[in-house]
Design a protein around this ligand. Structure first.
Ligand code: GLN
Length: 497
């Protein structure tokens, strides 16, 4: 039952020699074997190497050496982060057999910190989506209702942590892909400030928006993982050379006098009234904790989805040009000359959502439409950023609902545009580069609901402090009761279509 604990608790137990790292990893894999055929969280399991790493941690403990905060703690990483010698597929057919030849900076830092990478997690193909249904490998399920989506694109990262298959995970967030699945699965997820976490080794979706971030079952755990992965990296030209404070240090529960802004534009018609109620209750709770609630306005919010769905596909169409059948991954079986090879490889290798984005992207970047769409979108992006800058002159934190609704059924037929509009509350943070933290705030119809705390650029410390104070006072983590299957976990490598 070690899988039930947070990283902070497990680290204390390891240090006190109450448990060994090998026991912990074995317990985690027992849990995975009982649950994975239900949840489908993973694209690759690394039990052997995880046990080897665990042995090394135990040897270190036996030698009486001090452990680092995440040493021996199991972590899963989203399958768009390159790790040496591991399949790294971005859940795409075009990379179905691609093995990483180096470690992404976040992977390198996890290893240096002694964290144990136990698995790679399922996702929407190239992180494009909100359901994890566009994965080439499998569907993932929401641990609170197996007929529903865990969200996306970091769906496997969220279902694995929310389903208690792993203690911590890393997701990536371009328009909400850490925060929306965290909300849907009842866990904590942080999208750091753009430039805070190195993108070196993260397979690029939209380079000006992508950020890697931590997911866990407590704010403190998320802060501890953030401590390890964040900070300047010379391998990423957009990485900021700024000090990384210890983000676990000021989680003291004291938010008296903190100014929390409530933007009226986030309480729109499309917001599920029950989620609205949960958010309003959360606002009341923050008041009880001594925060000062300030009504604010972010007038350009309604333009965020349209702006994002021009900029993100534009960048994606450029980033995905590298997948041409020459340099990496899949190549069509038969073709007539190089042009035909490109066309067939990309037609067969990419799924429909990725193709849709490439087509939108090349269209908005084409000579005749560049000014009307791409350039205009960049201008609106600036207006959205200005809204936040103005608001943060008055408040320390902005509180919003995380999503307009709860997790939806995997069989729900939503059009692409309907899905895009659901991202309205998460996208503005990516367009502005600011950090966003989602924490669980309650349940609606037995499904988790999250609230979002937005902060000033590089001030993750304040939103983590606010989230932690809220969690300590009002959140009770529960284990979802999905029926545990005794089926052995399938051989993931062999089952790739
Ligand atoms: N749902 C958004 C999209 O489909 C966000 C994805 C992401 O953050 N990676 O683009």
């Amino acid at each position: 039952m070690l899988y039930k604990h947070t990283a902070t608790e497990l680290s204390t137990m390891l240090k006190a020699k109450k448990i060994t790292a090998v026991e912990l990893i074995n317990d985690i894999f027992d849990r995975i074997e009982k649950t994975e055929s239900k949840l489908g969280s993973f694209t690759l399991l690394k039990k052997e190497s995880a046990l080897e790493e665990a042995k090394k941690v135990d040897e270190k403990i036996a030698r009486g050496e001090e452990l680092l905060p995440l040493e021996g703690i199991p972590v899963a990483i989203k399958d768009n982060m390159v790790s040496k010698g591991d399949l790294t597929t971005s859940a795409s057919k075009i990379l179905a057999n691609y093995e990483g030849i180096y470690d992404a900076t976040v992977v390198k830092r996890l290893k240096e910190a002694g964290a144990i990478i136990i698995a790679k997690t399922n996702m929407d193909e190239f992180a494009m989506g909100s359901t994890t249904k566009s994965s080439y490998i499998q569907e993932s399920k929401n641990p609170w209702d197996l007929e529903r989506t865990p969200g996306g694109s970091s769906g496997g990262a969220a279902s694995s942590v929310g389903g208690y298959q792993v203690t911590l995970s890393l997701g990536s967030d371009t328009g909400g892909s850490i925060r929306q699945p965290a909300a849907f699965c009842g866990i904590v997820g942080l999208k750091p400030t753009y430039g805070r976490v190195s993108r070196y080794g993260l397979m690029a979706f939209a380079s000006s928006l992508d950020q890697i971030g931590p997911m866990g079952r407590s704010v403190e755990d998320v802060a501890a993982l953030f401590n390890v992965i964040g900070g300047y990296d010379e391998m990423d030209a957009t990485s900021m050379e700024l000090e990384m404070p210890d983000f676990t240090a000021n989680l003291d529960g004291n938010i008296k006098g903190m100014k929390i802004g409530i933007p009226k534009e986030y309480f729109i018609d499309g917001l599920n009234p029950k989620i609205k109620k949960v958010t309003e209750d959360a606002i009341e709770n923050f008041k009880k904790l001594g925060a000062e609630i300030v009504p604010i306005s972010l007038p350009n919010t309604e333009f965020a989805p349209a702006t994002y769905y021009i900029i993100a596909p534009a960048e994606a169409s450029s980033n995905l040009a590298r997948f041409d059948g020459v340099r990496y991954g899949y190549r069509a079986g038969s073709y007539n000359g190089i042009e035909d090879m490109y066309i067939k490889t990309r037609s067969e290798g990419f799924g429909p959502e990725v193709k849709r984005r490439i087509m939108i992207g090349t269209y908005v970047l084409s000579a005749g439409y560049y000014d009307a769409y791409y350039k205009k979108a960049q201008k609106v992006r600036r207006l959205i950023k200005n809204d936040f800058e103005k608001a943060f002159n008055e408040v320390d934190v902005i509180l919003t609902p995380a999503t307009p609704g709860t997790s939806f059924k995997l069989t729900d037929k939503k059009t692409p545009v309907e899905l895009y509009l659901e991202d309205i509350f998460t996208i503005p943070a990516n367009l502005s580069g600011i950090p966003g933290l989602v924490i669980p705030a309650g349940k609606v119809d037995n499904l988790p609901v999250g609230i979002q705390l937005l902060g000033k650029a590089f001030d993750e410390a304040t939103i983590l402090k606010a989230g932690d104070a809220y969690e300590k006072a009002y959140t009770k983590m529960e284990i979802p009761e999905f029926e545990a299957s005794v089926n052995k976990v399938r051989d993931i490598k062999k089952s790739v279509k």
